[in-house]
Design a protein around this ligand. Structure first.
Ligand code: PLP
Length: 377
């Protein structure tokens, strides 16, 4: 992927804000409870290595990623902390994980059976595994204690190949006001941990939402994701948070072309927008190939502290806005962030496009360069 560094469209990442968000979360944890920074999907679009470095400085003692390649990228950048891959890997890659001291989830005895011969045949450290328990998320994990015990029996055949380093589950409703389903999942998880012959080093259930609103359940490690980036995991559902979440990401560009159009003049593909009189139209060099989706037509950006409507269809690499006056090429455009007294949040963008801020942040393409603001040290 080519990153467009010679174009003014840029994702700005405020490192100091991330540092504070992590520090606030850590301050609420019981002594001995660790925070693993969830940096999957290029740190939710914020930049994997930059965020990992800031999280480490803030006191994160490990990382969670989605896929093995992300874990290897951290190892290549010389991060030595524990790394947990959250998604299942194929058994054939178990030796790669072991060799790089990367922990992986296990959700079946069959997976262990398939990985076992690959781990004995090489001079490898034991593969660190975390038992994934499906308490109601319905995604990955053991559904019954019997299934988990079958897996432990496979491990028992050659215990030197595996290190049972953790047990975990994932809540599906931790960001909702009604806690009944959450409590059911927590009860189920407790039954699984009680059935283990030995408590592993890491017992963890908390994503950001759980850490914010169900802190009693934290176990001895939290998987801290979206709140590190300053986003409320619930969207609007639970506005009350124990500490202020400050968004770390802004998205900026510049006007590259300005023109005046007259009544009836059309803008962009399909000629869906017609000027209703004399209007100033600015062109912004970003489009759906950058993750600024077509459905953003009719939304707005900020120019000089004023909301300007996105008019006409968003193109692959450019879109147009209606401006209150002629703003020349080079005028700053804020798509997400602050301009004058006004601001646009990722949540606003998500609301307009009928999705969640997680999806907007992750959709920002690799073509957009990431630039640090307020860098730490
Ligand atoms: C992505 C993920 C997290 C982090 O969730 P946030 O809501 O971003 O805090 C935690 N645990 C698992 C299993 C995940 O997949």
């Amino acid at each position: 992927m080519v990153t467009a560094t010679l174009r003014p469209s840029t994702v700005l990442v405020n490192e100091t804000v991330i540092l504070h968000n992590v520090a606030h979360a850590l301050a609420r944890l019981d002594a001995g409870t660790e925070l693993f920074a969830v940096v999957k999907a290029d740190a939710y679009g914020h930049g994997l290595l930059r965020v990992a470095r800031v999280a480490e400085k803030a006191g994160a003692t490990g990382f969670c990623v989605a896929v093995l390649d992300e874990a290897l990228a951290l190892r290549q950048a010389h991060f030595t902390q524990p790394i947990l891959v959250l998604g299942l890997i194929e058994p054939q890659y178990a030796p790669v994980a072991a060799a790089n001291h990367i922990s992986v989830p296990v959700a079946s005895a069959a997976w262990l059976e398939a990985a076992l011969p690959l781990l004995t045949s090489e001079k490898l450290p034991p593969l660190a595994i975390h038992l994934a328990i499906d308490t109601g998320m319905g995604r990955i994990g053991f559904q019954t204690i019997a299934q988990m015990q079958d897996a432990l029996a496979v491990i028992g055949k050659q215990p030197e190949c595996f290190d049972v380093a953790g047990i975990f589950t994932h809540f599906s409703t931790a960001d909702e006001k009604d806690t009944a389903y959450f409590e059911m999942q927590a009860r189920r998880f407790n039954a699984f941990t009680a059935a283990l012959p030995k408590r592993p080093r890491y017992v963890h259930v908390s994503n950001s939402a759980t850490s914010l609103w169900h802190a009693a359940c934290n176990g001895n490690m939290i998987r801290f994701g979206v709140a590190m980036y300053g986003l409320n995991p619930s969207g609007h559902a639970i506005p009350e948070v124990p500490y202020a979440l400050e968004p770390a990401l802004s998205l900026v560009s510049q006007i590259v072309f300005c023109k005046q159009v007259h009544q009836g003049d059309a803008i962009s593909y399909g000629a869906t927008y017609r000027a209703s009189g004399d209007e100033f139209i600015g062109t912004v060099p970003m489009g759906y190939a950058d993750g600024w989706l077509r459905r953003m037509q009719g939304f707005h950006v900020l120019i000089d502290g004023q909301f300007c409507e996105i008019v006409g269809r968003v193109c692959m690499d450019q879109f147009m806005v209606r401006m209150p006056k002629a703003y020349p090429a080079g005028t700053p455009v804020v798509l997400v962030g602050q301009s004058g007294d006004q601001s646009i949040s990722l949540q606003d963008v998500a609301d307009y496009s009928d999705t969640i801020h997680y999806e907007i942040a992750c959709s920002l393409a690799a073509r957009l360069p990431r630039q640090s603001v307020a860098p730490i040290e």
